[in-house]
Design a protein around this ligand. Structure first.
Ligand SMILES: *Cc1c(COP(=O)(O)O)cnc(C)c1O
Length: 427
């Protein structure tokens, strides 16, 4: 028997050569954007800034300007940027064992699957499939649902579930979907939040109902009270699966580990399937498809699904570090507190452009009375704040979960300035 190898020594801080490989030159933003335009596919539109560094809730652009990051890579960077514990976990795992494929098991992969099941309070027989993105988690759920043998899927109008062909079939936005039709499967779309519409759409030929507890990309629209519980009852009666897409709402985003555990949203229901990604890796790409209970877990058998990178130990270590810090630092409570503070602050500024604040925890949509969200975001960006126009009339805030009240206050000071400017500029 040979002794296990000594734990690796952490590499010294990135030296000149490392930096030279990853960030070849210090160029102006304008120059990087020119090169971006001729080297990257034009799927995203022109980037707003060139970012070169991040720390905590702040990022810096190529000109050295600092921004408070209230987007966090689209609800991803739960621990902000360059969190020391996450950097150490990723570095140590990469220096120990970086990738092995699913012909082999690794400790971080197993520990993460167990942690996810634990946080979900998953019943016996539950299982996790690890993948690399939200789309892949949803695509896995689409395949799992197919295995019921039932032909039809029900999802919500205004939903976003991703961009691969199966996930896209459940995504509502016509501009995303129509260029790629015909899409697989029979899909019925129902108005989000309407229990009667859901009841009449779900019968025994429905394999699964896919729902977001709070529609994220759809403009931060929470499910009305009782809707998820009704969806649970309706699917159970029809023998259909209830799939909750918590890619955006999961991993502490709403101030609960998962949004359906929020008493105001989920009322203690146990879904059949949960999909996770975005915040799960705290900035490292990872996704998870979780089947709750023996029945759903048994639907994808040996050889019926797979992923080369899925369960990669570095991604799993990044995720374990993220979950650890959320718990250790009491971030769920902090998210609820800072989220409530932001909500109150936005509403009490009394600005005539502000209609309402929707959402939960640190997944907030500021509803405006006019479709000027993009212009408001541009004004905020000039002032050093990154927010997102998720809909023409909605600003979305999905900051790192460690945003402080003091940082939130700087945004609350800037918002009325931006709104005033837009009122003057776009009368
Ligand atoms: C972002 C998102 C997805 C897609 O995740 P990707 O990682 O971009 O593939 C799926 N579902 C929901 C609810 C999302 O918010």
């Amino acid at each position: 028997m040979t002794a296990p190898p000594a734990p690796p020594r952490l590499p010294a801080a990135a030296g000149e050569e490392t930096t030279a490989v990853a960030q070849p030159q210090a160029l102006s933003s304008a120059r990087w954007l020119e090169r971006h335009a001729t080297s990257l596919m034009g799927t995203y539109g022109t980037p707003q800034r060139v970012l070169v560094r991040g720390e905590g809730c702040y990022v810096w652009d190529a000109e050295g300007r600092r921004y408070l990051d209230l987007l966090a890579g689209i609800a991803v960077n739960a621990l902000g940027h360059a969190h020391p514990l996450q950097v150490a976990a990723v570095t140590a795992q990469m220096a120990t064992l970086g990738h092995v494929s699913n012909f082999f098991a690794t400790p971080p992969q197993v520990a993460l699957a167990e942690r996810i099941l634990d946080l979900l309070r998953a019943p016996a027989g539950s299982r996790v499939f690890l993948c690399n993105s939200g789309t892949e988690a949803v695509e896995g759920a689409v395949k799992l649902a197919r295995r019921t043998g039932r032909p039809r899927t029900v999802c919500a109008e205004n939903a976003f579930h991703g961009r691969s062909m199966g996930a896209l079939s459940l995504t509502a936005k016509a501009a995303y979907r129509e260029p790629f039709e015909p899409l697989p499967g029979q899909v019925t779309r129902v108005p989000f939040g309407d229990v009667d519409a859901l009841r009449s759409a779900v019968d025994t030929d429905v394999a699964a109902v896919f729902l977001e507890p709070i529609q994220g990309e759809g403009g931060v629209v929470p499910a009305p009270a009782g809707y998820l519980a009704a969806a649970r009852a309706i699917t159970r009666e029809a023998g259909a699966l209830l799939v909750l897409d918590e890619v955006q709402t999961g991993t502490g985003r709403t101030g609960h580990w998962f949004a359906h555990q929020d008493p105001a949203l989920g009322q203690g229901i146990v879904p059949d399937v949960v999909t996770l990604a975005k915040g799960l890796g705290g900035g490292f790409p990872i996704g998870a498809l979780v089947a709750l209970g023996e029945g759903p877990s048994g639907l994808l058998g040996p050889g019926q699904h797979g992923s080369t990178f899925g369960g990669n130990p570095v991604a799993a270590a990044a995720s374990l570090a993220t979950l650890h810090v959320i718990e250790r630092d009491g971030l769920l409570e902090s998210v609820r507190k800072v989220g409530a503070h932001l909500t109150e602050g936005v509403l009490s500024c009394g600005h005539p452009l502000v209609a309402e604040v929707r959402g939960a925890g640190l997944l907030l949509g500021i509803g405006l009375r006019r479709p000027v969200a993009a212009a408001v975001c541009a004004a905020l960006l000039e002032d050093g704040f990154i927010a997102n126009a998720v809909a023409p009339d909605t600003l979305r805030l999905v900051p790192p979960l460690l945003l402080t009240v003091e940082q939130a206050d700087t945004f609350l000071g800037a918002l009325p300035r931006a709104l005033d400017l837009i009122e003057r500029e776009i009368p």
